[in-house]
Design a protein around this ligand. Structure first.
Ligand SMILES: [Zn+2]
Length: 63
């Protein structure tokens, strides 16, 4: 078992830990990943809103 030096995550293989530790070693990259996750989350959020809008339209058409 290999535990990350920066956080409490545990990995079965050294390769996995090494790959993971890159997230911590490069703070710029880390911020990039966080930004991407934020963008993905906001995209998902806007998709949900669109779905609600479409549903509302369907309801209006049915009436
Ligand atoms: Zn970690």
């Amino acid at each position: 078992m290999h535990q990350c030096y920066y956080c409490d995550q545990i990995f079965d293989s050294k390769e996995d830990l090494y790959e993971h530790s890159e997230i911590h070693s490069d703070s710029e990259r880390n911020n990039e990943i966080k930004d991407r996750q934020k963008k993905i989350k906001s995209k998902l959020g806007s998709k949900k809103k669109l779905l609600k809008k479409n549903r509302a339209r369907v309801r209006i058409n049915q009436i």
